[in-house]
Design a protein. Sequence first.
Lengths: 240, 114
Amino acid sequence: MHDIRRIDVQEGILEENDHIAEHVNEHLSAHGVLVVNEMGAPGVGKTTTIKNIIPHLKCKPYVIEGDIETDIDTQDLRSLGIDTFQINTYGACHLDAPLIEHQVDHMSFDEPGVLFIENIGNLVCPAEFTIGEHVMMLISTVTEGSDKPYKYPLAFEKADIIILNKVDLIPYLDFDEDFFMKGVRALNKDVPVFRVSGRTGEGFAEVAAWLDKKAAELEVKEHEHHHHEHGHHHEHGEQE
Amino acid sequence: MHELPITQHIIEICEKHCREAGAQRVRLVKLVIGDYSGYVGSSVQMYFDIISEGTLCEGAQVEIEHVKPKLRCPSCGTLFQRQLLSFACPECGTDGEPTEIGKEFYIDSIEVEQ
């Protein structure tokens, strides 16, 4: 007769990923680099959005491109003089924290700025895996239809900023913006929503300004953090 | 398809706990999976049976508790499951807010054989 025992495990299966993500976040925070996890379905204009934001950005841009295959987007960005690194997942549907940690270890962050990480084109899994971001940027479009917040609630719930792209096409579509915004607000009360067009370039200056502000806040926070640590050591020293 | 690497990880966590308990093998794994976790229970089950071969989890039964996502009504506090294309509370009609219910993805417990 075998002796059978029950063991209470209560262990999150993604804990290891989250732990590595935290490490990436701390590492880049220390360099004053704001990490932006850019997600959205295939064809919403994720690369186009990065290309349109960067000229308006006051701080330095860094880019990691995630794709299942090819480095077309990376070549495209490099041709514009933007330092871009490629991750190919060969089948995997999302980027995870270990992939980003490995990539970030091979990059040098010589000045504060914004690191754009373009996730795999997919509205489902990227929302579930944190990769060390400060900001989850969701790209949605008027061509996808106004029901997307209702169909993919997690992505809209987790977003820190929502870009509504292709607004120049609204006159030709039946996009119900009130219904779209009602869904967004139910899931995410305060998230800023920026209306942009990758074709006309409208709206991206405002997005860049929002990111610059976030990056600047990060630098202040890091500064205060170091200051605090310093003060702490000092206090400690006095006690001894 | 992203259940394959994660199932590998589940087996590793179970083996770790089994070894720590000084047990011979795992005979039952209880998982809690929320519908919004993005993981499909039946896929985890399928991969588990295949890749647990030769591990301490070989032959173990997988029991999955599924959790339906719930919203909380900010007006009347009702916890409810949403209807298609709506977040409205069935009691008062106010749009509900997301909660953590339905996002679970963890190993609850295992049964090991001494």
